[in-house]
Design a protein around this ligand. Structure first.
Ligand code: NAD
Ligand code: LMR
Length: 326
């Protein structure tokens, strides 16, 4: 191995997404097949033993690119020198828990993790938040890492993007590779807006190739509520597809994109999204940076839906602000 290993930290490493993610990272799918990685697994104390079991399995794969695995329940150790941080572990909503309780519980996780990233991360750190509510958890972590450029904190909407590609491809009987310039706007929640007005299929407007009733009454709700449908069907949240989307998000961030993709990034005020909110936009990746695609015309239909999702993000931000978390 000529190159120094890249430090990749995965939180919630003993969970379902962690299990689907770690082997793909270690095999080179996150950063490329010429880049060695050192994994740091962060778990809560009760799950450290399970993470050790996963580390034993990683050993047993004899991955040529895997330079080592460290396991800890201490965020400071987990993020010391980190280059890529995948914040997957989060507190799920339990019975009787209100939305405010969920935000507060997650604040207790993402505030110290943001602080630990601020204290110890490498200069080039890139952070992807997967754990829900992903956009607001990313905002909490970002707000507690004032020395890290804000654009290094992102939230995952790539799974929604991939779901949108797949639903449209199935509807039109085309390959996902025939579709370009797809985008997801807003929150990773049921209010998100998967946008067919800017998407193209074989170079022609996607919206013009489907009837409006399907777009409004089937496509948008199917994509936006797919997470709930998976939970209903599997009895558990999406895991392999979520891990796959995390791999796509980071791979593209590092290697660049030819087409648009979607990511929750810190708003610069583009498209009327309040500055500082972490909202999904159509983005491209260039030179190791995600950039919001600029200059799109937004019609009334899209405007109303983007605004509704951004309103939800604003309410989440206000709720965590009341708790002193941002
Ligand atoms: N953004 C997306 O598209 C998307 C998609 C699917 C799932 N998710 C979310 O990802 C999260 C993880 O899903 P999962 O299926 O792996 O859940 P899981 O319950 O199987 O695993 C979560 C793991 O996180 C750990 N954890 C909890 N608090 C922690 C902390 N403070 N530090 C480190 N680890 C901690 C738990 O011990 C557990 O092992 C959930 O919040 C889920 O809703 C997001
Ligand atoms: O875990 C969830 O609530 C659903 C998840 O975010 C998903 O989109 O599959």
């Amino acid at each position: 191995m000529a190159q120094a290993p890249v430090n990749v930290t995965v939180t919630g490493a003993a969970g379902a997404i962690g299990y689907a993610l770690l082997f793909r990272i270690a095999s080179g799918q996150l950063l490329g097949t010429d880049t060695p990685v050192r994994l740091r697994l962060l778990e809560i104390p009760q799950a450290v033993k399970a993470a050790e079991g996963t580390a034993m399995e990683l050993d047993d794969c004899a991955f040529p690119l895997l330079a080592g695995v460290d396991i800890t329940d201490n965020p400071k150790q987990a993020f010391d020198g980190v280059n890529v941080a995948l914040l997957v572990g989060a507190r799920p909503r339990s019975k009787g828990m209100e939305r405010g309780d969920l935000l507060e519980a997650n604040g207790g996780i993402f505030k110290p993790q943001g602080e630990a990233i601020n204290a110890g991360a490498a200069d080039d750190v890139k952070v992807l938040v997967v754990g829900n509510p992903a956009n607001t958890n990313a905002l909490i972590a970002q707000q507690h890492a004032p020395d890290v450029p804000a654009e290094r904190f992102t939230a995952m909407t790539r799974l929604d993007h991939n779901r949108a590609l797949s639903q449209l491809a199935t509807k039109l009987g085309v390959s996902v590779t025939d579709i370009s310039t797809m985008s997801i706007w807003g929150n990773h929640s049921a209010t998100q807006y998967p946008d067919l007005f800017h998407a193209q299929v074989n170079g022609r407007s996607a919206a013009e190739q489907v009837d409006h009733a399907w777009l409004e009454e089937t496509f948008i709700p199917t994509v936006a509520k797919r997470g709930a449908a998976i939970i209903e069907a599997r009895g558990a949240s999406s895991a392999a597809s979520a891990a796959n989307a995390a791999i796509d998000h980071v791979y593209d961030w590092v290697h660049g994109t030819e087409d648009w993709t979607s990511a929750g990034v810190v708003s610069d005020g583009s498209y009327g999204v309040p500055e500082g909110l972490i909202s999904s936009f159509p983005v491209v990746a260039r030179d190791g940076k995600y950039e919001i695609v600029q200059g799109l015309d937004i019609d009334e239909f899209s405007r109303a839906r983007i605004d509704a999702s951004v309103r939800e993000l604003t309410e989440e931000r206000d709720a965590v602000a009341k708790l002193g978390l941002v």
